[in-house]
Design a protein around this ligand. Structure first.
Ligand SMILES: C[S@@+](CC[C@H](N)C(=O)[O-])C[C@H]1O[C@@H](n2cnc3c(N)ncnc32)[C@H](O)[C@@H]1O
Length: 253
């Protein structure tokens, strides 16, 4: 898998985000790891919620469920609200009867929202839970605007895709939480990142929140910063799932 070091060529890094589609990869995780407790922020029509067959929580301020997302789940709890409100009023580990095994964060596509979603979710996990985050490897800078109505999005090769600036979660976690094990996958269309070696008691993000947000949220469509990110990020091929991720050490049961 290329380490995405190719120079900007006007078409971005699309060829570097060409592994297993993110939903297919999440399905593989469900099938191999068999989580008992699944937590999702950002469900929309349910394309990722339907992949889970265990007890689940789904949080979204505006559900647009369009298919059978329940499947064989023994329980599925829907919270039609923003994730901040959800966490202020609920404890997902109490609802699910234990710590979250697998989480997928795909809610509001702004860095500071994902940062809060990550910290809140981690506090309800155990160390070898996995937190998956979507849109963390956008192939071009124009889809990363903080404002979804930014006209510069038209310069993207895919002007219909909006990832926002959640990609910044990777450099932010690497800087502030070097203890985490972070795997950035080349899952199309816009990347999937898995985080484990979690610490539900860690307070770094909460205590440094203002500093982290000030550092990472003030930039928008900074091409140099985005190029630096692509030059530094260590991209893992999703096709090498078993080799790289060492699934055997992740078994929970
Ligand atoms: C990209 S869609 C999710 C797609 C879905 N995970 C999938 O892959 O099929 C993003 C969703 O996040 C929801 N969302 C927006 N702001 C949110 C927030 N503050 N908390 C939770 N969800 C939010 C939107 O309503 C939208 O349904």
């Amino acid at each position: 898998m290329p380490n995405a070091t190719e120079p900007r060529d006007g078409v971005g890094h699309y060829t570097s985000v060409a592994g297993i589609n993110y939903q297919n990869y999440l399905l593989i995780l469900h099938q191999i790891l068999k989580p008992k407790r699944y937590f999702e922020i950002g469900t929309l029509s349910g394309g990722t919620l339907k992949l889970a067959s265990c007890a689940s929580i789904s949080v979204d301020p505006r559900f647009q469920i369009s298919s059978d997302v329940l499947g064989s789940k023994p329980a599925c709890h829907f919270f039609q609200c923003g994730s901040d409100l959800f966490f202020s009023e609920n404890d997902p580990s109490q609802i699910l009867g234990g710590p979250i095994d697998l989480a997928f964060l795909d809610g509001m596509h702004l860095f500071e929202f994902l940062l809060r979603d990550f910290a809140n979710t981690e506090s309800k996990c155990r160390s070898n839970s996995i937190i998956a985050m979507h849109d963390t490897l956008p192939p071009d800078v124009w889809m990363t605007s903080r404002n979804p109505n930014d006209p510069r999005r038209q310069q993207s090769q895919q002007p219909g895709w909006w990832t926002g600036d959640v990609w910044k979660i990777i450099p932010a976690l690497k800087r502030y939480r070097p203890d985490l094990r972070i795997t950035v996958l080349d899952c199309p269309p816009t990347g999937l990142t898995l985080v484990t070696n979690l610490n539900p008691n860690d307070r770094t993000i909460v205590e440094s929140y203002a500093e982290i947000v000030e550092t990472f949220s003030r930039t928008d469509l900074d091409e140099q910063l985005f190029d630096d990110f692509w030059n530094e990020v260590d991209v893992t091929s999703s096709n090498n799932l078993k080799d790289y991720f060492n699934i055997s050490s992740m078994f929970w049961l």
